[in-house]
Ligand binder design. Sequence first.
Ligand code: FAS
Ligand code: PHB
Length: 393
Amino acid sequence: MSRELKTTVAIIGAGPAGLLLSQLLHQSGIASVIVERTSKQRVLERIRAGILERGTVEGMEEAGCAERLHAECIPHDGVILSFDGESFEIPVKAITGHNVIVYGQTEITKDLVEACEARGQQIFWDCPDAAISDVDSDAPKVHFTAPSGEAVTLTAEIIGGCDGFHGVSRQAIPAERRRAFERTYPFGWLGILVDQPPVAHNVIYANHEDGFALASMRSETRSRYYVQSAPGETVDDWSTERFWQAFTHRLGTLGQQVKTGEPIEKSIAPLRSYVSEPMRFGRLFLAGDSAHIVPPTGAKGLNLAFADVRRLSRAIAHWKSSGSDAALEGYSLDALARVWKIERFSWYLTTMMHQFPEHSGFEKRMQRAEFDYIRSSEAGQSTIAENYVGLPF
Ligand code: FAS
Ligand code: PHB
């Protein structure tokens, strides 16, 4: 059995980028079809980002999906840096006039899936074999097997490649036409969720001689904590006892106030910086993790994905309404200009706040000097503050 479908924009991936793209296109009266590799349940269960910058909130408002976000989010007016137990807070709102909010990516995804379903958006879940063809024509196609077993050919005018780092979209750009830039870090993050009140009212980034730790939250009663883990370690290498000992120790005096408990979730993620250029080939446009990855230090991954999608949805809407493809032509360069600034900030904070096996005494002194400079400098704190709340869109 086979089936031919047509739409304006074929979107690969029902993560935050794909879902937001579909919702924003809908707001502009543009039809789309989403093809997702895994199940709706798996997508909705994912636990990832937690801190949203202003542009992401604006994206959810433009999508008409910000009601629960505004009702349930926790505003953060500052961010805490800690070094070998000494800490200070950067008053990001006092410096920039903007704050960030705590509202988990899990909630973002739920809100977007709910909005898509409420308007009858077609999402093909459980389609692991999507393949792309004809991207250099004006009728690009996505081929996949629907759960019904039908072989579907989805013909579109544009393909949105929102299928994350391990998707197929980036590979649809001929290898000789794309260039990757990558830095793999010699550590990972082990993260837990625990139903205990957070240790602080803002996010804490801590560098300690034993390793990095991060204290965040999902609500006033649920905390999200991370510790730097060694390359190759798995969740099984980290007993709950080992986690709490490392986490509380690395936070110094702040660690003495931590309320511990049995985690309700534990996961480990590698850290990498990665950019694939260009973010467009013919009628294929990449947005989010399909084009770039940032280490989660600085909480930029999801926020950068949303910035891409807001830019792409506006470019498509402009093309459809005016017939001019100027915005589409400029998409890759404009998006990459922001991507590289966010890559810089995430790399900078990762380099400043983690223990690197290859670091000599000199690099460790440089890390401490950076911390002491930021602590004592309004200019230094302003630099971190304007990046943390989100560079202007
Ligand atoms: P996603 O990877 O979220 O979504 C891509 C979607 O495409 C997925 O649903 C996938 O199933 C689907 N897909 C993949 N291949 C496909 C195919 N061939 N066909 C169809 N569909 C396909 N960011 C932060 O800011 N803070 C954090 O703390 C943080 N923690 C993270 C932890 C982990 C383990 C990971 C992997 C990422 C984390 N990130 C974090 C980054 C993360 O939040 C991403 O930036 C965000 O999910 C990007 O969204 P998307 O671009 O939609 O990609
Ligand atoms: C989170 O709340 O999951 C979080 C916060 C800050 C980060 C990364 C993750 O830099």
